[in-house]
Design a protein around this ligand. Structure first.
Ligand SMILES: *Cc1c(COP(=O)(O)O)cnc(C)c1O
Length: 949
């Protein structure tokens, strides 16, 4: 390998480390390790073939050249996507900063206070602008958020006895087309019947449990929904409103009109278009629905000293607890984008947001005024930023595209024009000139915007918003830069130390993979831009699909799902469509092993399947006989099995082919959860083990950063017979010939970040990928060997080896009063983020080092774990005042006047030598989860409000 090969930057261990690692593991070489790890019968016969690996330098040039094939026109298409100005201070200090983008989901609250605060700002922004009581810390996009709203309203309908058997949901025809498509997908399997119509003529009847409206309507008309909502409520029909977040600065909020749920996207709060994503969807509702709310809610609580501390609230209702009773499968969300959108609100504050909204309105009014002068008819009688013009659409299109402008062409005689933050006076003049040309008239350039407001008085927002200090303090760049840094310093990310999260695969997110994302040729493209403007994207996305086809051994891929769980859902819906196409639509049983990730049964339930749980053996493997018995019992109705491979226990089960065969023999399809694909790439693949469809987590295996809990991309790859069913989009046709309706809003989901995975695969090439997989296995087995000095590894393969991750058992320490959480918190004092806690087995830690960690880092982590093991040895169950129970230790605690612990300050904070060199200080002491759940506060209300609660 050349010394400038990207693989040598991506992979941690050096060639000179290998012998020591093999010796520690107890093997001669990599071949022997693989032999002892990997069932022969699933090895690929031939290595996969991809284009030769590019160096980082070559890739950057390639990405620039490819990007140049995208044409950045001024986008005035709207339809839920509006070009926004990403404040440079946010772009540089968050979007391009590994301190933010490499963080994990904030499960370990004590080392995540920074992003928790940023997310609380996001929630507060959403709550106040929508006029609702609570909000979550993001959903995947507006359309899926709308589907979540429908699911919530369907779920809570039974609180009203009369509604028990009611299944109709009214959808206003003003809804965005992509949202309608996602609602169609999501309604059918759960038994909801959609009725699409005009809200002004809707006949309120008891047969409906809920309704959804778009505010403003899809082409900009602003409706007053108050009467509709009141009438709906009088028939016990609950109402969701999909709202444009910026319009709410000017318009009366849906909350003030009585809405039960408000959803939307925060894209136009400083997030790049990115050809459709990633952007943070939002979801706000009433207090009374908090326990049915999808996604993660950030709440205020307190730490062991009674100081304010944040953490994720109401964890008990997360999908991994509810499993097949879940109504949502949201796991990965859009945290990084929510952080950015929240920061946009912090930076601009209420006054800045008012200016931006007022200007958008003024520009739209100006365009209307001038177009009317030119003789055009504008159809919206009240609007915020979007006008609808009667004209010859084809003629407008030709002239507009020549001037590099995109509008939305509703039909042959109607054009919709959406104004956004970036539209300048010159742009407004260009728009007018386009229409002057269409009209064949001359036009005089305007020099200022109209001051007229075309929002009816009763729809004007009169309530205040964002009055909290945080939105009124950081308005200069120095202030915001330091605020962002202050938060960043509280968070432990991959730029401090390894994050060995089993199943979640936190590997290097290389700078070369990330850099092209900042290029406007990539990030400033509207998802509904015409195809001749998006050639670079289409080429990149199709190449990535090809690469993933090769890697999985499958025939087709869709990149549309925005997370792994969305991929699961997409895959199951494709299976469902396949059975239906063969007249076997009755097949609805999903077999799922007990050890499955919680999203598996949740996704199956959402896809209308009945979950049958199958047993796990004492060795942690799938109980093949139990599976066989259940597959045979249900053979007439078997839809599929969902299996994770290698298993969530970190083992390559050798019975896998027998398992997939027996499912096929009973008429079922095999869904492989690809979260552990990092242990397969280049060595085996889902097609080889007999699967029909799998999802991949591009944010795990393929180097997209976790962003503190998103973005994610969860493509599904399918065998030939399932290709026709891959999902489409109603605006831009994608997917198979017999496509299911949309899974996500945008045709290619979070296209912008797909570029990261494309870079990863292109720079590693087939060899580098295989090398990565083997190194991930070596690193895991090296740690297993070292850790077995102090811990029991719960499951191993037949020859005693782990796959790419392992579970260590911490349950025996309970006798000494030590819980697995104590170990997780004590690791913080050593500068480490805990591995996965209590998944898939309660009371254990699941460790996955990945290939990107070098031996020195693996050793530091193992040293920490072994040192903690000694600390456990030293404690007694009676004495709870110990270094584990008190962990993590803060700087404030260490520097306090008094120190009353029975151990030294040095032992508390500097337990090993390496720690002193690079100390990370948790910013709060142990957070009290129960306290916060009893007193749920999820906005940055003043401290007093929180004390009273
Ligand atoms: C992460 C994970 C998922 C869910 O993926 P998201 O992208 O978080 O939705 C599903 N299954 C397994 C085994 C996982 O580790």
């Amino acid at each position: 390998m050349k010394t400038n090969a990207f693989a040598l930057r991506h992979i941690g261990p050096r060639a000179t480390d290998l012998q020591h690692m093999f010796d520690t593991v107890g093997v001669k070489d990599m071949d022997q390790l693989l032999y002892e790890t990997f069932p022969d019968k699933i090895r690929l016969e031939k290595d996969i073939v991809l284009d030769p690996a590019m160096t980082e330098y070559e890739y950057l040039a390639h990405a620039t050249a490819l990007g140049a094939q995208n044409k950045v026109f001024k986008s005035m298409i709207g339809l839920g996507y509006n070009e926004a100005i990403v404040p440079a201070v946010i772009q540089r200090n968050i979007f391009e900063n590994p301190g933010w983008y490499t963080a994990y989901t904030p499960y370990q609250a004590e080392i995540a206070q920074g992003r928790l605060e940023a997310l609380l700002n996001f929630q507060t922004t959403v709550i106040e602008l929508t006029g609702m009581e609570i909000a979550n810390a993001s959903l995947l996009d507006e359309s899926t958020a709308a589907a979540e709203a429908m699911a919530l309203l369907f779920d809570v309908r039974t609180r009203d006895q009369k509604k028990n058997n009611v299944n109709k949901f009214f959808v206003s025809e003003e809804i965005l087309p992509q949202t309608l498509s996602v609602l169609q997908t999501r309604s059918t399997p759960i038994g909801v019947e959609l009725v699409v119509g005009n809200h002004e003529t809707f006949n309120f009847s008891e047969e409906f449990f809920g309704a959804i409206l778009q505010y403003p309507g899809k082409y900009g008309q602003v409706f007053d929904y108050e009467t509709f909502i009141n009438q709906a409520h009088s028939k016990s029909i609950t109402v969701a409103v999909a709202a444009d977040i910026l319009s709410l600065v000017r318009l009366k909020s849906p909350g003030e009109m009585g809405a039960d749920v408000v959803v939307g996207t925060t894209q136009r709060f400083g997030i790049p278009l990115g050809f459709g994503g990633p952007h943070a969807g939002f979801f706000a509702t009433k207090e009374e629905y908090k326990r049915s709310m999808p996604g993660r809610i950030i709440g205020v609580s307190q730490d062991a000293n009674g100081n304010r501390a944040l953490r994720m609230a109401l964890q008990t209702r997360e999908q991994h607890i509810k499993r097949e009773k879940a109504t949502s499968n949201i796991c990965t969300a859009q945290v990084l984008l929510a952080v950015m959108a929240g920061m946009y609100a912090v930076y601009h504050g209420p006054q800045g947001l008012r200016r931006i909204a007022n200007e958008a309105h003024a520009k739209a009014v100006t365009i209307e005024t001038e177009l009317t002068k030119l003789g055009f008819e504008q159809l919206n009688d009240s609007y915020f930023d979007t006008i609808l013009v009667k004209t010859d659409a084809a003629k407008v299109k030709a002239i507009a595209e020549a001037k590099e402008f995109n509008f939305y062409y509703v039909d042959a005689n109607t054009v919709s024009i959406s104004v956004n933050e970036t539209i300048s006076l010159a742009d407004v003049n260009s728009v007018i000139s386009i229409f002057a040309e269409v009209a064949g008239k001359s036009f005089e350039a305007i020099t200022e915007f109209s001051q007229e407001a075309l929002i009816p008085v009763k729809l004007e927002r009169t309530s205040t918003f964002l009055e909290h200090d945080v939105f009124n303090t950081y308005h200069s760049e120095s202030q915001l830069m330091r605020y962002i840094k202050k938060l960043e310093r509280k968070d432990l990310s991959l730029n401090h130390s390894m994050i060995s999260l089993g199943s979640c695969t936190m590997k290097l997110n290389a700078a070369a993979e990330m850099l092209p994302l900042s290029n406007p040729n990539w990030n400033n493209i509207h998802p509904f831009a015409p195809a001749d403007q998006t050639k670079g994207y289409l080429t990149m996305l199709h190449k990535l699909e090809q690469q993933l086809n090769v890697i999985t051994g499958f025939a087709g891929t869709t990149l549309q799902p925005n997370s792994g769980a969305q991929g699961e859902y997409a895959g199951l819906m494709v299976i469902r469509a396949y059975h239906e196409s063969r007249g076997e639509g009755h097949r609805n049983i999903a077999l799922i092993p007990a050890s499955a990730h919680g999203t598996n049964p949740a996704s199956a339930a959402m896809a209308g399947m009945k979950v049958v749980v199958t047993k796990t053996t004492a060795e942690g493997n799938i109980d093949v006989e139990d599976l066989r018995a259940k597959a045979e019992l249900h053979k007439d109705n078997l839809s599929c099995v969902m299996i994770t491979y290698p298993s969530t226990h970190g083992v390559y089960e050798s019975s896998i082919i027998e398992i997939t065969d027996l499912i096929h023999a009973n008429g079922g399809q095999v869904y492989m959860d690809g979260a552990n694909m990092n242990a397969q790439v280049g060595l085996t693949n889902p097609a080889r083990i007999g699967a029909d469809v799998c999802h991949l987590n591009l944010h795990k295996t393929f180097a997209i950063p976790h962003g503190g809990g998103g973005p994610g991309v969860g493509p599904i790859c399918v065998a030939q017979h399932l290709v026709p069913f891959l999902p489409t989009n109603p605006v831009i046709k994608v997917g198979g010939d017999n496509a299911i309706t949309a899974i996500s809003a945008a045709p290619y989901g979070s296209a912008l970040v797909c570029l990261i995975s494309y870079g990863y695969i292109s720079m590693l090439g087939a060899d580098g990928l295989k090398q990565s997989t083997m190194t991930a296995i070596l690193n895991a087995n090296y740690m297993k060997a070292r850790l077995s000095e102090g811990y029991d590894v719960l499951y191993s393969g037949e020859r005693g080896r782990a796959a790419h991750e392992m579970i260590i058992d911490c349950r025996m320490f309970k006798a000494k009063g030590i819980e697995v959480t104590d170990i997780a918190k004590r690791l913080m004092d050593y500068g480490f983020h805990a591995p996965t806690v209590s998944f898939p087995v309660a009371g254990t830690l699941m460790i996955e080092p990945t290939e990107s960690e070098d031996v020195a880092e693996l050793d530091r982590f193992c040293d920490a774990m072994l040192s903690i093991r000694k600390e456990i040895e030293a404690v007694t169950a009676e004495d709870t005042n110990n270094v584990l129970k008190n962990a993590p230790h803060t700087l404030a605690m260490l520097t306090a006047e008094t120190w009353e612990q029975p151990y030294s300050r040095e032992k508390a904070a500097y337990p090993l030598e390496y720690v002193a060199e690079n100390k990370f200080w948790p910013s709060v002491r142990r957070v009290d989860d129960a306290y916060g759940d009893r007193n749920l506060v999820c906005s940055c209300a003043p401290m007093e409000a929180y004390m009273e609660a």
